[in-house]
Design a protein. Sequence first.
Lengths: 234, 234
Amino acid sequence: MFYQPDYKIFSNCQTCDDRSCASQTLSVSELELLSKNCNEAKFEQGETILAEGSRTSHIIYLREGLVKEYGKSGLQEEYILQVVKPHSYLGLHSIYSDTNNHYSYAALTPVRVCYIDLNVFSQFIKENGRFGYEILSSVCNDSLNNYHRFIDQHQKKINGKLADAILYFAIVIFGKNKFDLPLSRKELAYLIGTSRESVSKQISVFVKDKIISVDDRNIKILDMNRLQNISKVG
Amino acid sequence: MFYQPDYKIFSNCQTCDDRSCASQTLSVSELELLSKNCNEAKFEQGETILAEGSRTSHIIYLREGLVKEYGKSGLQEEYILQVVKPHSYLGLHSIYSDTNNHYSYAALTPVRVCYIDLNVFSQFIKENGRFGYEILSSVCNDSLNNYHRFIDQHQKKINGKLADAILYFAIVIFGKNKFDLPLSRKELAYLIGTSRESVSKQISVFVKDKIISVDDRNIKILDMNRLQNISKVG
DNA sequence: TTATCTTTGTGATATATATCACATTACCAT
DNA sequence: ATGGTAATGTGATATATATCACAAAGATAA
């Protein structure tokens, strides 16, 4: 919470290593326009990148780091919709509804993002069908993934939900069997829709059963087969 | 289950009364192309329009009637993702993943649909940015609605969930306080993620409290304020 | 007609999980 | 140091809801 975002005015999207699939459909002149309307910023772990209810004046592209997309409407408990990986746009789904963001975004690790002017972004979609096609594609896939996760969560018990979450981090986010969980136990509970205590207890059970080993937030999968089975049967 | 879909080979999308927002961005020549690649069909209540796992060879446009979008993966219970209103495309989100539909679609009322060739549809998206923009917009809004419903469901108790569902039909689907529920109690349970028995009991409570009156599947809201309050607090 | 199946309501019981309570540890600021 | 706050683990209890069991009503078929 101590560092102010560090803005760079000039960016060069043509030479950017972190370009999105969609931006690869842009012409040279479109990329120039993008560069002129694109500002980079950094956030530290824990910082809020975008708050629910804020104006959708810019599209945010996540170059580096992990972000949680979460809601916290009114009196309700926080709910983490998903953990967003690099090379995705944040909150695309909000730009067509009203003019406000429907979810909040916070950095789970140090993060680099680009702010892209919404008008320029919309112009690309309207005038470059292939760009729109890529954006549409990513929104659709995102939706499908989230729908599946939601339904799974609804139908599984805590052991299944936790197995899912661990597998999600191991396979989708990190691609390794040993990783540092970027969430507190409380946040993990918000992600899988249970209570902190239940998460703690279920982790203890998995450890006792030698399915995983845990050292603080470092998790190692010891028995992938059993974990996947729990996820299926859960 | 007794009527075979009744296919019409010729259609005229230019003069269609049920045209989607997106199709209104199409040029005359594009509309002609659409007409040539568009077949109408009818389904009776209860018939399956599209099954999970089937090939996404066509896009289906819902002209008339109500459809349930549901999943039923493997051993799991059925889960109704949403009730789809007329003038929407069915299963748009599935066309970019693999080549299969991820959810099933069944008619809740008599239904009229149009099958649109997927290649033609994709061509419109890629070549007509405004068409893509409209499609993207509808996918985004759909996603947001579903995300909100999911989170609400996770955090509310049965009374709140049922209140939500009744308000959803009254306000969004029918626009009246008195309507015929197009779902059985069992399906209603699948929609809000509980058991049939719990739905029955909660309905009885609402009736006893004079919040709604019920005659079979006909529902009338007697006390809108209290119902909305239960939905909020639930 | 009778028989079978589906839908629905409702009471009794079982159970998973939330909640409460408390202890421990670590981290930060003064 | 030292006090305060946040994160975590774990046992006891409360509770919402699923599950089971059964009855009644309608629909459908023989």
